[in-house]
Structure formats: C-alpha cells, structure tokens
Design a protein around this ligand. Structure first.
Ligand code: NAD
Length: 258
C-alpha cells in the first residue's frame, strides 16, 4: 500500500510516541489486511464488495434464520484467519511493547494475530471477542472453534451447543450484541490513563469501540491516527497519517533497544 504521509508528520508522530510514558493502541481490521484478511469497509472490504454480507454480522438475523447460520459456518470453515500470519504492523506493535511504553492494545480484531506476533495476551483487550472460540447464545458455554469446525466438516451444517442444544456462534460481538462490560471498562480506563492514543487501521466507525478516541482526547492525550482513508475522528487527532499501516507503523515505533 502507498505511504502518503509526509516525513515531517511521521517525525511528529514518532516524537509523540517516543516522549510518551504510556501509549494505548486501538487497532482495527486494516492492521490485518496485509496478512490476507479483508476488512469490512475498505475499498476491497467484504461489505464494500458485497453489501448483503453485512446481514451475516447481525445477531437478529443469525438467531432467526438458519440459512444465515449455515452460510456463516461455511464462511468460518474456509476463513483466511486460519492460515494468516502476522504482518509488519503487528510486529511494530510488539516492538512498542518491548520499548516499555505500551499500556494496552485495544483491538477490534477477532483474529488473534497480535498474540501470534508476540504481543502479551495480558495487554491485548479484545473488544469484539475472538473467532478462535465458539460461544452458546443460550448457556454461554465456550469451546475451541477447531472442535466445532470438525463437526461442520463431518456434516453438521448448523451445529447446536453440545450442552444445551442452543445456537452456537463464534465468540465475537455481532451487531445488536452488547460488548462485555468488564472488557469495555478496561478499554476506557486505558484510554483515559494514556499519554498517546494510537488508532491504527480502523475506520473508527464502530461504537462503542471508537469512543475511546474521544475519551483519550478529553483526558488530554495526544491522538495519532494511521489509516488509509479518512475517519470521523481526524479532526480530533493531533496527527493524521494517511497510508499503509505496514509501512508507517515501523517508522513510528522505537526499536526494542531504544
Ligand atoms: P473497517 O473495515 O471498518 O475499517 C478498516 C479500515 O482500515 C478502513 O478505513 C481501511 O481503509 C483501512 N485499511 C485497510 N487496510 C489498511 C492498511 N493496510 N493500512 C492502513 N489502513 C488500512 O474495520 P474496523 O474499523 O476494524 O471495524 C470493523 C469491524 O469488523 C470490527 O468490529 C472488527 O471486529 C471486524 N473485523 C475484524 C477483522 C479481523 O479480525 N481481522 C476483519 C474484518 C472485520
């Protein structure tokens, strides 16, 4: 991807990060597009190419329509997440942690690529859950996704919960579903307590996740946005860097020994 960010702006953002004692990161689907996982709203996004696909992310449609669930299981079975490897943006955020500045890595991603890259699981706050587990919508039982996908491969096209027979879904937040209160509180605290809020590869169009940007700014933090396209929070930001996260993030983050 092109890196349109002027050197002067990149240097300003790098200085904000270097001077900060605490940096909170909010990452989005754009961090994983270099790893072959499409975003939803970018130019090559799943919903940009096929607006009808948005229905698969609606809790109401998932619960009420067995065909939506069957399609969701077909897509999960062949999802690029199972073979994806972390990219340069994930690696840069591991360097940020090693430099001792990372307060929390808030991610809207459900692919666990931050952890695969080496980010400490204790610092990763998965706002929208994870695809690597299933959760029963009735009894809340969780299981590894691989176990359920094995049932799908064996012929169950809409596998029910093995404990209570309820509807199973990936352990992710769909539209119409509340975020976990404890997870959201943790994210908001990390936004309020930080010197710099670094929002990377996210359209900042999904709430309440995007609201951490306002919280951080109101608490006096510098806000740095790195994204390929404009976001509704660009006016709030101290610095906006337009371009690829894989190209820009390694230029912003101190190396492990710095
Ligand atoms: P989004 O699809 O709304 O926005 C992604 C943004 O990243 C877009 O503005 C796009 O222009 C930008 N982008 C794409 N590739 C980029 C790159 N290489 N460098 C810089 N910018 C790039 O995604 P979102 O804001 O994260 O929110 C959408 C929701 O979709 C989230 O709730 C998330 O749970 C889910 N989602 C997750 C994944 C994943 O886990 N990898 C993938 C798709 C969607």
């Amino acid at each position: 991807m092109r890196d349109d960010a002027p050197d002067r702006e990149v240097a300003h953002a790098a200085e904000l990060v270097a001077r900060a004692r605490r940096v909170t990161v909010l990452s989005g689907a754009g961090v994983s597009t270099d790893s072959g996982i499409p975003d939803f709203r970018g130019p090559q996004g799943v919903w940009t190419r096929n607006p009808a696909a948005e229905r698969l992310s609606s809790l109401q449609a998932y619960v009420s329509d067995p065909e939506v669930r069957r399609e969701a299981w077909r897509q999960r079975a062949t999802h690029p997440v199972w073979t994806a490897r972390p990219g340069p943006a994930h690696a840069a955020l591991v360097d940020l942690e090693r430099s001792g500045r990372l307060l929390a890595l808030l991610t809207q991603n459900i692919d666990e690529l931050h952890q695969a890259a080496g980010s400490s699981p204790e610092l990763v706050v998965e706002l929208h859950g994870t695809m690597h587990h299933t959760e029963c919508l009735s009894c809340g039982a969780r299981a590894p996704m691989a176990e359920t996908l094995a049932r799908v491969a064996a012929g169950e096209d809409d596998p029910p919960c093995l404990h209570c027979g309820g509807v199973l879904k990936s352990a992710t937040i769909s539209f119409g579903q509340e975020l976990d209160v404890g997870v959201l509180m943790r994210a908001r605290r990390a936004a309020v307590d930080t010197d710099v809020l670094l929002a990377v590869g996210t359209s900042l169009g999904v709430h309440p996740a995007a609201g951490v940007v306002d919280l951080a700014a109101a608490a006096g933090a510098a806000v740095v946005i790195v994204n390929a396209e404009p976001t509704p929070y660009d006016d709030v930001a101290t610095v906006v860097l337009r371009g690829g996260v894989g190209e820009i993030l390694p230029r912003l983050v101190p190396g492990p020994s710095e």
